[in-house]
Write a protein that binds this ligand. Structure first.
Ligand code: FES
Length: 114
């Protein structure tokens, strides 16, 4: 796979998680300044959308039970989640945000999702 258009930078609120779909994969985007970070949107604990949560520092907190996942490594910083989530390369080209869900930047298993 390759980089696919995922969103417009101008439509992403800074430090607000946003759910998009890229090639059928739910992705949580977080704008950090003029960069964007992309992680799988599904919590590794109970298949909850991480975009329903909040951004704390460099992590996104699941609104269901409070585990926070690092936006660069996908690792959870606290229980109840114990497994990482996939992280994806993202690039910004003008106002276009692209994500490659076929080339995760870690080796986390893809969580089940609806
Ligand atoms: S569903 Fe995310 S921490 Fe439980």
């Amino acid at each position: 796979m390759s980089m696919q258009p995922a969103a417009k930078l101008s439509e992403l609120e800074p430090n607000e998680p946003t759910r998009v779909e890229v090639d059928g994969v739910p992705v949580c985007l977080v704008r950090v300044g003029d960069d964007v970070k992309a992680v799988h949107d599904t919590c590794s604990h109970q298949q909850w959308s991480l975009a329903d949560g909040m951004v704390w520092g460099n992590g996104v907190e699941c609104s269901k039970h409070g585990s926070t996942f690092d936006l660069d490594t996908g690792a959870p910083s606290s229980l109840p989640a114990s497994k990482p989530i996939p992280t994806f390369p993202a690039e910004v080209d003008g106002d276009v945000v692209r994500v490659d869900v076929g080339a995760p930047t870690n080796d986390a298993p893809f969580p089940d999702h609806d």
